[in-house]
Design a protein around this ligand. Structure first.
Ligand SMILES: [Zn+2]
Length: 432
């Protein structure tokens, strides 16, 4: 009996090895501001089991970020594989023809995202809460829940038919305290701050909104993942970033004062920063634990044919008395990248990657060519030799030969959307 069982196990494992690794689907989970210098100590303490599992079974490394370190610019670079000079989203806002300062909208982007490139080729995609994605592109193959969904705009999603079901999933800011307790977050009150709050007061006041937004988007992502299956699914969360923007004010005061004194005296050593990082990680741990629980859910959804991509747009680093990322006096702190799935070498370390590499990596994994006019390259070093041999790199000059489709509509005029759809049909982007 034992021998027959052993034989069966041997046959099954040979079969598993013989089956060539193939990627049919991609899941991307984006976490704004997730930092390697904070994740690593938490993983070492056994605090983030899902991230540890991805690091052990997949590939992990730092993801280089860029100036100006603004999330709208950076996530557009992640989506397009291109620098801001090419994609055109160069700030949070711009001054429009009427002289008003307005946020950049989707139509301000000049080049295509990976989901648009895939969708043009009849590969279904679903993208949730991406920066600068409003008004949503009328994608021919898939859905978009733009970043304006948070503000309860029925015109914030495409197709509009998905709105009622996901609108019903909202968690109101008034439910913050109940939800906070359920998710294991402490109360961060101004009177408990160890380091005076100053500019961070407003973030703390608005925290119930940021928090419930992310809890809502987590539910929306779960619901759409189940109800609207797509080949390439991408979703984005902001809570780690928001929490990190005020966490300096809840550090151990003695350790913080000693670090600031050393920095001012010019005697700060890397070890001092590592010690403060550990304390910053203690404060931000609930937000990282939320990230980890979200990752755990998607790990359970992998099917052996799916590439899981986890990334952040920048990290946080101690500088000038607080944890920063957008301080022009310091280089932008690295984010993280993790890859897991078929063909990925278990325990591989990714070196020298940047934000620009994410879109080429996803296109390459889906069997599409990598465009020469993208600023990144696919992270093929994370894959094993057999996979790479079976999947040679394909190249194309550009995907910008045809104009990208945008919502030409003024946000609340559905009749104009109709015209855009007509245009798209004329261009052959969608069927008649
Ligand atoms: Zn960010």
């Amino acid at each position: 009996m034992m021998r027959r069982l052993a034989l069966l196990v041997a046959v099954l494992s040979v079969a598993a090895c013989a089956r060539p690794a193939r990627i049919d689907r991609v899941i991307l989970l984006g976490f704004d501001g997730a930092a390697p210098n904070l994740i690593e100590p938490l993983v070492a303490e056994g605090k983030l089991p899902a991230l540890r599992r991805v690091m052990q079974t997949g590939a992990y490394g730092r993801l280089g970020s860029f100036e100006p370190n603004k999330s709208g610019i950076l996530w557009t670079s992640i989506g397009t594989g291109k620098s801001m000079l090419k994609h055109g989203i160069v700030d949070w806002t711009y001054v429009n023809q009427q002289g008003l300062t307005v946020p950049y909208e989707d139509r301000g982007r000049r080049v295509k995202t990976y989901w648009e490139i895939l969708s043009e080729r009849a590969i279904t995609t679903g993208t949730i809460n991406w920066w600068v994605s409003y008004p949503p592109v009328p994608l021919p193959n898939g859905f978009i829940v733009s970043n304006a969904f948070k503000r309860s705009r029925p015109d914030s999603v495409h197709p509009a038919s998905i709105y009622p079901a996901i609108d019903a999933l909202r968690i109101a800011p008034s439910a913050f305290d109940e939800e906070r307790r359920r998710q294991g977050f402490p109360v961060w009150r101004e009177e408990d701050a160890t380091v005076p709050l100053h500019g961070a007061r407003q973030i703390l006041k608005s925290y119930p909104v940021y928090f419930t937004d992310d809890m809502t988007l987590d539910r929306v992502s779960d619901a759409l993942y189940a109800s609207n299956p797509v080949t390439v699914f991408s979703t984005y969360f902001r809570l780690v970033d928001v929490t990190s923007h005020f966490a300096t004010h809840f550090l151990d005061r003695g350790l913080y004062d000693a670090t600031v004194a050393k920095e001012q005296a010019g005697t700060l050593e890397p070890g001092d920063v590592t010690a403060l990082d550990r304390d910053f990680a203690r404060v931000t741990e609930p937000a990282y634990a939320f990230m980890d629980r979200t990752i755990a859910k998607y790990l359970d959804r992998l099917d052996g044919r799916t590439l899981l991509v986890i990334c952040s747009d920048h990290g946080f680093q101690y500088f000038g008395g607080r944890y920063n990322h957008a301080n022009p006096e310091m280089p932008p702190p690295d984010g993280v990248v993790l890859l897991a799935g078929p063909g990925i070498r278990a325990g591989a370390r990714i070196e020298g990657a940047t934000l620009y590499d994410i879109a080429p990596t996803i296109l390459d994994a889906m069997g599409l060519a990598v465009a020469e006019d993208m600023d990144g390259r696919p992270l093929r070093a994370a894959f094993d030799a057999r996979y790479l041999e079976r999947h040679p790199l394909k190249r194309i000059a550009t995907y910008e030969g045809t104009a990208r489709a945008t919502s030409g509509a003024a946000p609340s005029h559905p009749e104009v959307d109709e015209k855009v759809l007509e245009d798209l049909k004329t261009l052959g982007y969608i069927g008649n």
